[in-house]
Design a protein around this ligand. Structure first.
Ligand code: MG
Length: 220
């Protein structure tokens, strides 16, 4: 992992799921818990549940709908908020994420969360891990009506918080989102090498990746 030119960075934009929080919660919820509860509540087999859900997942990946609990509640005819609570014990911080937040805040950086998570998911998570005090703002892309993958998200963010892309660092575990940020002009970009603690390191392609937050703050 390359060391960061911290003197050239005054704003740190951070994703939530897979970046600060272990993606295991989300992966487990969408791939295991939700199909299982769909099967139970609609009285179909688990295999049938997955068959019925697969085209919806395919059609909506990378869009704001994908992250919208209202959308999925309506499409699947299930109480998504309640179902998410059933596995809330799996919500947890990635290693040293809080140490990192503490360090960059103490160093006087402007720290802003930008997440595709729905406001209800964000609230549920912030009840479990108390990260809110570290952030100047916690922005859900639903506030703007565009997912972070979309160029219009970045225009809306810029209009809202007036950050300087050339003096900003953005960390996110989703590569199409990093590419969208790069197109907008965000100068310092990092992926996350292991967003889900139960899976191995992922290929972050053209992006350098955070493997250890302690190493990242070394030169702060
Ligand atoms: Mg993420």
């Amino acid at each position: 992992m390359p060391s960061l030119p911290w003197r050239d960075i005054d704003t740190v934009l951070l994703d939530m799921d897979g970046t600060l929080l272990d993606l295991h919660y989300d992966n487990h919820f969408w791939m295991e818990h939700l199909p299982q509860r769909y099967a139970e509540l609609h009285g179909v087999s688990r295999a049938m549940a997955e068959l019925e859900m697969a085209p919806l997942f395919e059609q909506n990946a990378g869009t704001l709908n994908w992250y919208c609990l209202d959308f999925w509640s309506a499409e699947l005819k299930l109480p998504l908020r309640e179902l998410k609570l059933e596995t809330a014990h799996l919500i947890s911080l990635r290693p040293d994420a809080e140490t990192f937040l503490m360090a960059i805040k103490q160093a006087g950086k402007r720290v802003i969360m930008i997440t595709n998570a729905h406001r209800d998911s964000l609230s549920l998570k912030m009840e479990r891990v108390q990260l809110a005090p570290y952030f100047e703002r916690m922005i859900s892309s639903h506030d703007y009506g565009f997912a972070k993958e979309n160029a219009q998200f970045w225009d809306a963010l810029h209009a809202d918080i007036a950050f300087e892309p050339g003096r900003s660092l953005f960390i996110d575990d989703t590569l199409p989102i990093l590419r969208s940020a790069r197109t907008f002009g965000v100068a310092h970009l990092l992926a996350v090498s292991q967003p889900d603690s139960r899976k191995g390191p992922k290929n972050t392609e053209e992006f350098a990746a955070v493997a250890d937050y302690r190493a990242l703050i070394a030169g702060l």
